[in-house]
Design a protein around this ligand. Structure first.
Ligand SMILES: Nc1nc2c(ncn2[C@@H]2O[C@H](COP(=O)(O)OP(=O)(O)O)[C@@H](O)[C@H]2O)c(=O)[nH]1
Ligand SMILES: [Mg+2]
Length: 331
């Protein structure tokens, strides 16, 4: 793209992708338009954005005329990122949450044991990732809040049940169900350029119950019956196989770096509580996380880590790396 888009624009675009209501969509689209540099090269983008805003406003009007009961279920984001477990009934979503976190979901071999979303925190080295267990998606029913949960997540763990012959059918039904919405699964999170509100969330296919007989044959059949362009991992939630790799893959998919902060008055950094942010994030992004005032009054930082001589001075736009140590100075 020839247009130079600001970091604020990209942030607004990311929020727009996660938007869970039409009103939210409009809000972020308007910020994107405001942040867009106004010159010849961006005219096309500007007019596209204006069209999206006017279409979204029409949608909002229609929604207001046909009010639905409130459907949003919001679980506050916590940790380095959020991964949502979804799947048909009995695939082992709750078992996976129990195996990867300290949460204690109800696990049973009959459908709809899980009725409300349940979060748990998964540890990865010295950081935590939020996992959310959810009720099943079936041809007859999908909880109205599921779309918002998927859109808002950093990662979806699509759980396939390879322990029984119905597993493939369940998976196909779930995909059909989602294909009827503006919330879809894909290799990478993105927004559709043309279709307003069509949002893709990065997904990992978790082939579960690989300990059971015929699971391998069923997986081959799954590939044949519903070819998915998704990275995939074979696990057994009960036997524990593949779970270490799953942990690593979940963390890696978040694409974050850890940064430790150090007070100027202290000799060592606070290694207990790393801050995390998307790869490519800067010293100023960390300052904002630590405290608004710190970002507002930021003068410079000293950085220990990749490409920096110990404690050398860095500006706000210095890009940080995993395990860098930052000392923030205000003026
Ligand atoms: N053999 C085997 N059984 C599993 C595995 N994961 C889950 N289960 C069993 O499958 C049933 C459904 O599990 P649950 O986690 O409640 O499924 P959910 O409906 O997707 O949450 C329970 O009886 C689990 O013990 C697995 O990897 N192998
Ligand atoms: Mg469950």
């Amino acid at each position: 793209m020839a247009t130079n888009l600001t970091p604020q624009y990209h942030k607004a675009e990311e929020e727009y992708r996660r938007a869970q209501s039409t009103a939210d969509e409009i809000r972020w689209l308007e910020i994107m338009l405001r942040e867009m540099p106004k010159h010849k090269a961006s005219e096309k983008l500007q007019s596209e954005l204006k069209q999206k805003i006017s279409r979204a406003k029409k949608d909002l009007e229609t929604e207001r005329k046909t009010p639905k009961s409130s459907t949003a279920v919001r679980i506050p984001r916590q940790g380095a990122g959020t991964a949502v477990l979804i799947g048909g009934p009995n695939g082992g979503k709750s078992q996976l949450l129990a195996a990867l976190t300290r949460a204690k979901p109800e696990i049973a071999d009959y459908p709809f044991t899980t009725r409300t979303p349940l979060p748990g925190m998964m540890q990865w080295e010295d950081v935590h990732v939020q996992l959310i267990d959810t009720p099943p998606i079936t041809p007859d029913y999908m909880e109205p809040y599921m779309q918002g949960m998927i859109r808002g997540a950093d990662l979806v763990l699509l759980v396939a049940d390879l322990g029984c012959d119905d597993g493939i059918e369940h998976l196909q039904a779930l995909l059909d169900r989602l294909n009827g919405t503006k919330t879809r699964l894909a290799r990478q999170s993105s927004l559709d350029d043309e279709d307003v509100g069509l949002s893709f969330t990065q997904t990992l296919l978790v082939a579960n119950k690989m300990d059971l007989p015929d699971a391998t044959e069923r997986l081959a059949l799954l590939h044949e019956m519903c070819p998915l362009d998704l990275p995939e991992l074979e696990v057994s939630a009960t036997a524990g196989t593949g779970l270490e790799t799953l942990r690593n893959d979940i963390y890696a998919a978040l694409d974050v770096v850890r940064v430790y902060t150090k007070l100027p008055t202290r000799k060592t950094a606070d290694f207990e509580r790393p801050f995390t942010m998307r790869k490519g994030g800067t010293v100023l992004d960390i300052a904002e996380q630590v405290h608004q005032d710190l970002a507002a009054n930021f003068k410079h930082a000293r950085v220990w880590g990749v490409g920096m001589h110990d404690g050398s001075i860095a500006k706000g736009d210095h890009v940080l790396h995993d395990k860098d140590i930052v000392e923030l100075h205000t003026g």
